[in-house]
Design a protein around this ligand. Structure first.
Ligand code: ZN
Length: 357
């Protein structure tokens, strides 16, 4: 099955919609910094435009996903912690995993229906990766095994909503298969405004998927080559953390007492609590320096928006072991910096036909 790949890349800027109805470009860096109080003049009418997710516009006015007849020819992507997405046993597993006491009758049936009838979501490769990074910010998923799915769709091109739904007006993640059925639609095309801002994704029922290919993420043996300066920054973090812990043990007080000393509630005659506080600050700074170094070294082609999401997602690994964190960072960065390798990897995986569910 030959599918057409799209390459949006991760080094994107954004477009924001003015009340005059026309979009203006904004750089990803300005968007993240909230430059000028997140205001800029509209390039068309000159009015001041307050930018943010609420006015995010389609990034590419010629997005190939706007063409109903092209949807089945495109490679779609999805990331999930489920090893058998879209699982034919999802509903049964969900019900089996429910604790009788958690859900009281008679809301049980409605609860099950709500959670087992959610539409599935597919988007660009970049959107799938960004979605995974956002999910890694959730404690539950920060260390989870993720999978990348490459998806072949089987849609009736006459059963797609015209244009696209704006996620600002109707939350796409809430679309249910019952709603699709009611509207006699095979897919709802919608504009992403929270992740992969300005790209188009599809909400679909499981039957719309003909087949999937799958690989583990990060891709085994695919990692950004280590930089010679990594050790210097890693040592900075380790040394700073040791100084904090040495100072804490010298203090010989409980963490609660230390905090009260820092706040001036308890006396700090030798200034030891203040010194500890300063060392902790230097320790945070050392971590920030390592993070900036890693972003510059391993994400040279990522927009400021993506860098922010990436750094937050990877940070959950800092507490385990700083070397492991850096190794993990380089492996995840390969998904952003070497997308051709990743696409080739998943494109070579065996297809799994998705039976009617
Ligand atoms: Zn305008």
């Amino acid at each position: 099955m030959t599918l057409i790949e799209r390459n949006d890349g991760f080094d994107y800027d954004l477009r924001m919609l003015c009340s005059c109805g026309l979009p203006s470009p904004v750089s990803a860096a300005d968007y993240v910094d909230g430059a000028h109080g997140s205001h800029m003049p509209c390039v068309h009418c000159g009015e001041s435009l307050h930018y943010g997710p609420a006015v995010a516009a389609l990034r590419d006015p010629d997005d190939p996903a706007l063409d109903d007849s092209a949807l089945n020819t495109l490679a779609w992507y999805h990331t999930s912690t489920q090893p058998d997405w879209p699982s034919p046993n999802f509903s049964a597993d969900f019900v089996a995993g429910l604790d009788e006491r958690d859900v009281l009758m008679p809301s049980r049936e409605a609860f099950i229906a709500e959670h087992t009838s959610k539409a599935l979501h597919v988007g660009t490769y970049e959107a799938a990766i960004e979605n995974m990074l956002r999910r890694m910010n959730d404690e539950l998923d920060s260390h989870a095994q993720f999978y990348l799915y490459r998806v072949k769709l089987d849609l009736d091109p006459r059963k797609i909503n015209p244009g696209f739904r704006d996620e600002n007006h109707e939350i796409a993640s809430d679309i249910s298969t019952l709603e699709l059925e009611k509207d006699e639609l095979d897919a709802v095309r919608y504009l992403n405004v929270h992740e992969a801002i300005g790209t188009l994704s599809l909400a679909i029922p499981p039957q719309a998927i003909r087949a999937v290919q799958r690989i583990h993420l990060p891709v085994p043996d695919l990692t950004m080559p280590a930089d010679a300066n990594d050790d210097l920054f890693i040592r900075g973090v380790v040394d700073a953390a040791r100084r904090v812990s040495d100072a804490a043990s010298e203090l010989r007080v409980t963490p609660g007492e230390r905090r009260r000393m820092e706040l001036g509630i308890l006396p700090d005659p030798t200034g030891a609590a203040k010194r500890h506080h300063e060392l902790r600050h230097s320790s945070y700074e050392a971590v920030r320096r390592l993070e900036r170094h890693l972003e510059d070294q391993y994400l040279p082609h990522a927009s400021a928006v993506l860098r922010r999401v990436f750094t937050q997602a990877a940070a959950h690994w800092q507490e385990d072991c700083i070397d492991e964190y850096v190794w993990r960072y380089r492996a995840l960065a390969a998904l952003v910096e070497m997308p051709a390798h990743v696409r080739a990897n998943v494109g070579a995986a065996a297809w799994r036909q998705v039976a009617a569910i």
